[in-house]
Design a protein around this ligand. Sequence first.
Ligand SMILES: *Cc1c(COP(=O)(O)O)cnc(C)c1O
Length: 379
Amino acid sequence: MKFNTKTIHAGQMPDKATGAVVIPIYQTSTYKMDEINVHKGYDYSRSGNPTRNSLEECLASLENGRFALAFSSGLAAEHAVLSTLKPGDHIIAAEDMYGGTYRLFEEVFKPYGIQFSYVGGNTIDFEKAIKQATKIFWIESPTNPLLRIIDIAKVSAIAHKNNIKVVVDNTFASPYFQQPLLLGADLVIHSTTKYIGGHSDLIGGALIVNDEEWYTRLKFLQNAIGAVPGAFDCWLTLRGIKTLSVRMKKHEENALQIAYFLESHPKINKVYYPGLPSDPFHNLAKQQMTGFSGMISFKLDKGDQKAANSFFKKLKIISLAESLGGVESLICYPSAMTHASIPEAQRNAIGVTKDLIRLSVGIEDAEDLIEDLSNAINY
Ligand SMILES: *Cc1c(COP(=O)(O)O)cnc(C)c1O
């Protein structure tokens, strides 16, 4: 099956019991056994649920992976990956990353003895930071919020030479535009809250992995830790996935128009969007992605929270809100919102400064979004 067909059919064959074309919401916590531990494949919904299984099968298929596991949030999925490590193990992460991931590293797993190094996005930066204890390279591409592109194939080659695994957070690209496992990555993470769910109506996460041993351990942890999504959220996620292709095309089409508008605007100092031919990551993005997705960051010429606030207040269609990847356009102020948990000095060093704005371009009409931005830029 090709991608669009998979979004509709992978893991979503008509229900065997009733013929229902759409997978039912199996809203049950438990399942009747015929005798002790003899059952139809399900014994308790933390361990397994048919609606969740359907979602997992679909996600594995979309990422061209063997196995997928669904979680109650993107961070819960990350928590499971980190829980496969032992005290003393070392992770090298690209420094431009979601603030919540940084917080999970520093404030939850560091006290348990996991070590973290943060590096730039070049292959050489990863290579130089390798220690005896390094187990994982952890990257986002495109990165949040600066939309940098990391060469997944090259970074994976270095990792594998050193017996290190590569984890790619593919939330910003979605499997529609990028499939990291095909580029050499070992595990893909999604916050399905974002493009995969696509309608800003649920919180969810997922892991997709090929290695059976790692999968078995992660599946054990999914059940043993217990951060599983409910059947209704799995069903909503599947419903979102059915339109992933058409949504992603429109997100990208709108984002490109808006990026050109912002780039030519005298009051905008800088635009970060890998789809712009002027973007330093344009060629690398073209090489490993089939499109540039719908996330744009930019810098206002007056760079403080007050200026940003008056800009946000003038917006009529675009909402100031956390999150991204929904059908509606959302805008945010990373330094005090999504990335507030990264210390200020470190934020500044990375480039997440007080003039930076992040825009998740929705699937409205681009003309309306440009008019909204245009009116608000005269803050
Ligand atoms: C939102 C996000 C996460 C965390 O996912 P939740 O579903 O909010 O827990 C992780 N990585 C990236 C890139 C994100 O944007």
